[in-house]
Design a protein around this ligand. Structure first.
Ligand code: ACM
Length: 638
C-alpha cells in the first residue's frame, strides 16, 4: 500500500514537472502564442469564479467540475468581480475582436482572465484544464502566462466508419469527448456501406431490418483464405439515438457530417431493396466475390471487405429512394454538409446494363464516368435546393465535378490540388500522409491485424504530425480553398471500441496539432518529448486505450560502432522502459532503464538492444529492436 502511494506520488510529481517546464505549458494543440510571465496564480478554495454572461454558464460549470475533480474543491461563482478578490474571470467582452473560435487567457498572480465566446470560450477552458498541474497541499499552482489562440483551419475532422463494425452511441459520445478536448470540430459519421446500413430511415424500414445485418464476417486479412466466421453481425442507430448524438456533439461545438454512400458501396441498401440494382434478379455473390460459406442466393449484405460491382442503378426509382433517405437525414443533421460518398464505384454493371447505356446516350454523356458525374450532380442539386452542400471523395472529380461540391482528397493529395485549382473547397485526408488511422503505427509483429501493408503504408503520429495539409504546389490564391484536414478511421479490422482507441491515439493528438496549430508553431520534438508524455499519462489513468510509443531516443535498425551510448526517455510520463541485450524479449524481468549507459560491442560482433515501455496502467509498447553492430557479418542491412 505504501509502495502504491509512493508510486502515485511519483507519477503526480512527474506530470507536474512536465507541465510546468514545457514552453507550451502542456497544451495540445499548440496555442498560436504563449508567453510565460513571472509569478504564479495559486488556485485554492478561496478563489472565486466570475462569469457575468448567462451564455457562459455551461463553460463555467465545466471548469468548476474539473476543479472539483482535480483539486477536490468547488469555486464559489459570482456574476461580477469584487475588487481585490482573487478570481478566475470568464468574459465575452473583447471576444468579437478575436479570430473565429479564438480565445485569450491571461494568468497573473491575482487573476486568470479568460476572453472568448461560444466555441472560443469552450476551447479556452480545454486549454486551461490542460495546463493545470496536479494539486499539492490542496493548492494548484499555475505559472503566470499570456496565451492567445485561434485555429489554422475551420474544418478539423475525424471520421468513423460504423458500417464495417458497429459501435454503440455511448462509445460515439466518448469519441466526441476526445475530439472536443483536442479542439476538433467535425465528426464525419460513415453510416452506410456494403457491410451494413446503420441509420434508421422510417420511410424505408428494410434498410435496417435487412440492411443492418450480415450473416458473417471475413476472418483475417481480405481476401484471405479463412472464410467467414458465420456469426450474424448487426447494429444500427435509431433516429432518437442519432438526435441524441448530434445534440451531444453540438454541446461540444462539434458538427456531425453524415455520410450516405452512393452510387457505390451500396450492397446493404440493395440487399434491402433489390430494385436499386441494375440487375435485381442477380445474386450478390458471383464469381470471386463469393465468400466461402453461407447461403449464396439473392441479394446479400456483404461479409467480406473490398469493392463490389453491384452499385445503385441511376434510375428514377433510385433517385426517389435516395431523396427519401436524404429528406430524413436532413431533418436529423443540422450540418450544412452532407457527405454523399462517391468513391470506388465500379462501372462494370453500368457497362453491362442496357438501361444505363441507353441513359448515357439519352443524356448525351461521354461514358460511365459521365454517368457517375450526372448521378452526383443530381444529388447535389437536390441537396442544394434544401440549403445543404455536398462533400464527396475525390472520385467525384471524374467525369466533371458538381458545381458546388467540396472534395475530400483521400487517394493522395492530387485530388485536393485539382479541386482547389478549380476553385472548389477541399478537405485533405490522404492515406499516403498518415491520415488513414486504420493503418498500423509500426512494422512490429506485435501490432494487431490491420489493413496496412496491403494498401498505402503506415500511419503513425509522427507521420501525421509532419504533414502540412496545404500543398506547396498550389498558387497562393488557391491555397485558401484547403478548408481543413481529417483523419479517417475505416473499421474493417477494428472489431472493438478498445481497438478504435488503439488505432487513433496518439495520432488524433498529432492531427489536432496540424488542424488547429499554426504552421510556424509546429515542433515535433516539443510535442513528442514535452507534451505528449503528459497527455498519454492522463489517458492511461482515464481507462482509455492507446498505442504506447516506443522509447524516445531509440531508433529501429542498425547502429554501427564499437561503443554505443544508450540514452532514452519515456514517451509516457510515469512509464518505465525495460530492456535486454541478451536477445530475450524484454518484460518487467528485463533491466529497468534509469540513466544513460554505454554498451561495448567486441570486434566482429553485434548486440541487440530490445526495449519495451510499460505504462502505469500496465499497457505495453511494441518491442523495439536496435542492432548495435561492430562489424558482424550476419547483420542484414535493409
Ligand atoms: C475511401 O477510403 N474509400 C474513401
Amino acid at each position: 500500500m505504501k509502495k502504491l502511494y509512493f508510486l502515485l506520488l511519483i507519477s503526480a510529481f512527474s506530470l507536474t514537472v512536465f507541465a510546468q517546464s514545457d514552453e507550451n505549458m502542456g497544451i495540445i494543440p499548440v496555442p498560436a502564442s504563449i508567453k510565460k510571465n513571472s509569478g504564479q496564480f495559486v488556485l485554492d478554495k478561496t478563489v472565486v469564479l466570475v462569469s457575468a454572461e448567462a451564455t457562459n454558464a455551461k463553460n463555467a460549470d465545466l471548469l468548476n467540475a474539473f476543479i472539483v475533480s482535480k483539486g477536490g474543491f468547488a469555486l464559489r461563482t459570482e456574476k461580477a468581480l469584487t475588487k481585490g478578490q482573487k478570481a478566475i474571470v470568464l468574459t465575452a467582452v473583447g471576444a468579437d475582436e478575436l479570430p473565429a473560435e479564438g480565445y485569450s487567457i491571461n494568468i497573473s498572480t491575482n487573476e486568470i482572465k479568460v476572453v472568448g465566446k461560444d466555441a472560443g470560450l469552450f476551447y479556452a477552458i480545454q486549454s486551461l484544464m490542460q495546463l493545470m498541474p496536479e494539486k499539492k497541499n490542496d493548492k494548484i499552482t499555475i505559472q503566470a502566462a499570456t496565451i492567445k489562440d485561434y485555429p489554422r483551419f475551420g474544418y478539423r475532422g475525424l471520421h468513423l466508419d460504423v458500417a464495417r463494425h458497429f459501435y454503440p452511441s455511448s462509445f460515439v459520445k466518448k469519441y466526441i469527448d476526445r475530439m472536443a478536448a483536442y479542439k476538433l470540430n467535425t465528426f464525419h459519421w460513415h453510416l452506410t456501406d456494403d457491410q451494413g446500413w446503420r441509420i434508421e430511415i422510417k420511410k424505408y424500414p428494410k434498410l435496417t431490418t435487412i440492411g443492418a445485418s450480415r450473416n458473417g464476417t471475413i476472418v483475417g486479412n481480405y481476401p484471405g483464405t479463412g472464410g467467414t466466421d458465420e456469426v450474424p453481425y448487426k447494429g444500427h442507430y435509431t433516429q432518437e439515438e442519432i438526435k441524441e448524438v448530434v445534440a451531444y456533439a453540438a454541446s461540444k461545438y462539434i458538427t456531425v457530417v453524415p455520410e450516405i454512400e452512393m452510387p457505390g458501396h451500396a450492397s446493404a441498401a440493395i440487399a434491402a431493396y433489390p430494385e436499386l440494382s441494375c440487375f435485381p434478379e442477380r445474386d450478390t455473390w458471383v464469381g470471386e466475390n463469393a465468400p466461402w460459406s453461407g447461403t449464396r442466393k439473392g441479394k446479400q449484405v456483404q461479409q467480406t471487405w473490398g469493392v463490389f460491382d453491384d452499385v445503385f442503378v441511376p434510375s428514377e426509382n433510385t433517385f426517389k429512394f435516395l431523396e427519401g433517405v436524404l429528406d430524413e437525414v436532413i431533418t436529423l443533421f443540422p450540418s450544412k454538409y452532407i457527405h454523399i460518398g462517391g468513391d470506388e464505384c465500379p462501372k462494370a454493371y453500368w457497362k453491362e446494363s442496357a438501361f444505363c447505356q441507353q441513359l448515357i446516350k439519352d443524356l448525351n454523356l461521354k461514358d460511365e464516368h459521365g454517368l457517375q458525374s450526372y448521378f452526383i450532380q443530381r444529388m447535389e442539386k437536390y441537396l442544394n435546393a434544401k440549403g445543404k452542400s455536398i462533400i464527396g471523395w475525390d472520385e467525384i472529380l471524374e467525369g466533371g465535378l458538381a458545381p458546388n461540391a467540396t472534395v475530400m482528397s483521400w487517394r493522395g493529395v492530387d485530388g485536393g490540388i485539382e479541386a482547389a485549382k478549380l476553385n472548389h473547397d477541399v478537405i485533405m485526408t490522404p492515406g499516403s500522409m498518415g491520415l488513414y488511422f486504420d493503418h498500423k503505427s509500426s512494422a512490429s509483429p506485435d501490432e494487431p491485424l490491420t489493413i496496412s501493408g496491403l494498401q498505402s503504408g503506415f500511419s503513425n503520429y509522427t507521420k501525421v504530425y509532419n504533414y502540412d495539409p496545404v500543398p506547396s504546389v498550389l498558387p497562393a490564391e488557391q491555397k485558401k480553398f484547403v478548408r481543413g484536414v481529417q483523419g479517417n478511421v475505416w473499421t474493417e479490422y477494428i472489431e472493438s471500441a478498445e481497438k478504435v482507441e488503439y488505432m487513433i491515439l496518439p495520432k488524433m493528438l498529432a492531427l489536432s496539432e496540424i488542424a488547429w496549430g499554426q504552421l510556424d508553431r509546429k515542433n515535433l520534438t516539443n510535442f513528442t518529448e514535452e507534451r505528449l508524455p503528459l497527455h498519454l499519462a492522463k489517458l492511461d489513468g482515464a481507462g482509455t486505450n492507446y498505442w504506447v510509443p516506443t522509447p524516445i531516443g531509440q531508433t529501429a535498425g542498425i547502429l554501427n560502432g564499437k561503443e554505443h551510448t544508450i540514452s532514452l526517455k519515456t514517451p509516457v510520463a510515469g512509464a518505465k522502459i525495460y530492456y535486454t541485450l541478451d536477445n530475450y524479449r524484454p518484460t518487467e524481468t528485463g533491466a529497468l532503464y534509469t540513466t544513460p549507459f554505454k554498451v561495448n560491442v567486441p570486434e566482429g560482433k553485434k548486440k541487440i538492444l530490445k526495449t519495451v515501455v510499460i505504462t502505469p496502467s500496465g499497457k505495453r509498447s511494441v518491442v523495439l529492436e536496435t542492432v548495435l553492430n561492430n562489424g558482424a557479418t550476419d547483420v542484414k542491412t535493409k
